[in-house]
Design a protein around this ligand. Sequence first.
Ligand SMILES: [Zn+2]
Ligand SMILES: [Zn+2]
Length: 333
Amino acid sequence: MTSMRAMVLERPGTPLELRERPVPTPGAGEILVEIAACGVCRTDLHVVDGELPDPKLPIVPGHEIVGRVALPGIGVEGFSPGERVGVPWLGHTCQTCPYCCSGRENLCDAPLFTGYTRDGGYSTHVIADARFCLPLTGSSDDAETAPLLCAGLIGWRSFRMAGEGRTLGLYGFGAAAHILAQVAAWQGCRVYAFTRAGDHAAQSLAKSLGAVWAGGSEETPPELLDAAIIFAPVGALVPLALKAVKKGGRVVCGGIHMSDIPSFPYRDLWEERQIVSVANLTREDAREFLAIAPKAGVKTTVTRYPLTEANTALTDLRQGRIQGAAVLIPGMP
Ligand SMILES: [Zn+2]
Ligand SMILES: [Zn+2]
């Protein structure tokens, strides 16, 4: 195999274009991965729509990559050809800034992000920094594993950020929430799922995955929540979620981009309610979550698309037509 195919964004706001390129050679410390599946994340929409600053252009989006090591570069240890690996959003960190040195590499001052500032997985092949690749053991289906690599990981980090409470609200029941609901229910939480008003498909999916209640975002849940996690990129959900949490409760914003948050009365924040955001992930998050997901019996619901249908997948995600997660499959005709 000497050439690869990739869906490339030349300019934000335009459709991805299919390109053929020579298969690149991994540099020192890098591996060439042959991609089996790549999940489509809402962050990819923000990249494609130009809502995130300074992407590398042209860019190959995609940061939920499952593939096999095709060729390890010089100096790579611990990965051999044919081994299954995951390539997540955090693609590289400097390892010297104060954040990297204090166990907070998710906040690194000079990071690279897969599918945003370095080429990602809407492709047949990708070059990745081996130190940030995740070994994927087990025999899970490649497509069903892909959404774990961002939706799963970010959901997990958001869940830990939500604290110890037992009642948890999830606003926006897409890829991340449909995974986290299962983990949270497995850990004994009562999960309340909030969707767009009237989205009965998402509400019944939520209930089938362990939610004790599902309703529209404007609805008041039957009990106040210890914490709420907002996965939908909708700032108006922040004041709504604040009203749904108890004293001392926490509202966690799990996305990388959100529309503006409307103003709200201070009394809704009063009594030690908190609003926090979650940024990126650490490799430690990944190790933890990939170990927990099989124990919790996480099953992902995926819709598969051929690689060349990436634009259709993005449109379907944008229009809320996907239950669970969309996944691109390079080998699918
Ligand atoms: Zn750093
Ligand atoms: Zn993502």
